[in-house]
Design a protein around this ligand. Structure first.
Ligand SMILES: [Zn+2]
Length: 292
């Protein structure tokens, strides 16, 4: 175990092929699940539900077409409930060669749950993805980023290879657990489309809807920053959010730039995790806090 401030997770990360930084594009296929979890009364509100349905009905097909056009393989984090409601869509994602990651069952944030409750949710999501698409995900992203101190060991026990939920670094690192190691591929809200675009009356309406130029401008600045500091730009997009027409146009332009940037390794999260695993880094253990 190393001190959590170990320089292993700071500037100058050893990316393959002489690249100075890395970028990944992933999609959290939340669809209706976060709203149904947080407020089950939304289940009878067709208007609100239709806002979320846009993701699987229009956003994901548009995204898959864009990825095919650009020849890019990507990662889709799919809640079990989404897989059960939209099985053909999830099978299409798999058939087109993309990675499926775990994103809870009904998009449950994990705060306040004990280890047994967390384990049951993880297993329910795994069962749904297996039943619908025959996949065993290698990666996990906690709904709303709400991973707990129990979660890493539960993931390692289930054979996951990586987590992408933490924010204590902007370069990958190896996460130590009582059941083995996980690769951590950190993210941050600054590279998430939710904060830029998402506006749902009474649910997520505290910010204005930003323009695609402003949103992708924030993300371009993060790319420029990591070209200096050598970390990972972990772009998190949601099909119900970024599948909207003007946002897709801007996203495709950005992805074309990422592909063309020779200093940047643009890769799906499972490939980045495999590279990190190959480096034999000293693992970092997150110990629970003891309050004074
Ligand atoms: Zn989500």
């Amino acid at each position: 175990m190393t001190d959590p401030t170990s320089p292993a997770a700071s500037a100058g990360f050893p990316w393959p092929g002489g690249h100075v930084a890395a970028a990944a594009l992933s999609f959290d296929v939340d669809a209706e699940s976060p709203l149904l979890h947080d407020d089950p009364t939304t289940a009878v509100r067709l208007g609100i539900m239709s806002h979320q349905m846009f993701g699987p009905k229009v956003g994901v097909p548009r995204i898959l077409d864009m990825l095919a056009r650009l020849g890019v393989r990507s990662t889709f984090f799919v809640p079990g409930y989404t897989a059960e409601r939209y099985p053909d869509l999830v099978r299409r994602i798999v058939a087109e060669g993309h990675e499926i990651g775990h994103h809870g069952h009904l998009h449950e944030p994990l705060q306040g749950l004990d280890a047994d409750q967390e384990a049951a949710l993880l297993d329910r999501g795994l069962e749904a993805l297996d039943r619908v698409a025959g996949v065993r995900p290698r990666g996990f992203r906690a709904p709303m980023g709400e991973i707990s101190f129990h979660t890493p060991a539960l993931l390692a026990e289930r054979g996951f290879d990586y987590d992408s939920s933490l924010m204590d670094s902007d370069a990958p690192y190896l996460l130590d657990t009582s059941a083995g190691t996980l690769v951590e591929l950190p993210f941050h809200w600054s590279t998430d489309d939710w904060e830029q675009y998402n506006w749902i009356p009474g649910i997520a309406d505290s910010r204005p809807i930003e323009t695609p130029e402003k949103a992708t401008g924030v993300w371009r600045a993060e790319v420029a920053g990591q070209l200096r500091y050598g970390g990972l730009v972990n772009l998190v997009n949601h099909p119900f959010v970024s599948g909207r027409a003007a946002r897709m146009v801007a996203l495709e332009e950005l992805v074309e730039e990422l592909i063309a940037e020779s200093r940047l390794w643009f890769a799906p999260l499972d490939e980045i995790a495999a590279h990190v695993r190959s480096l034999d880094l000293a693992p970092v253990r997150h110990e629970p806090y003891e309050l004074p």
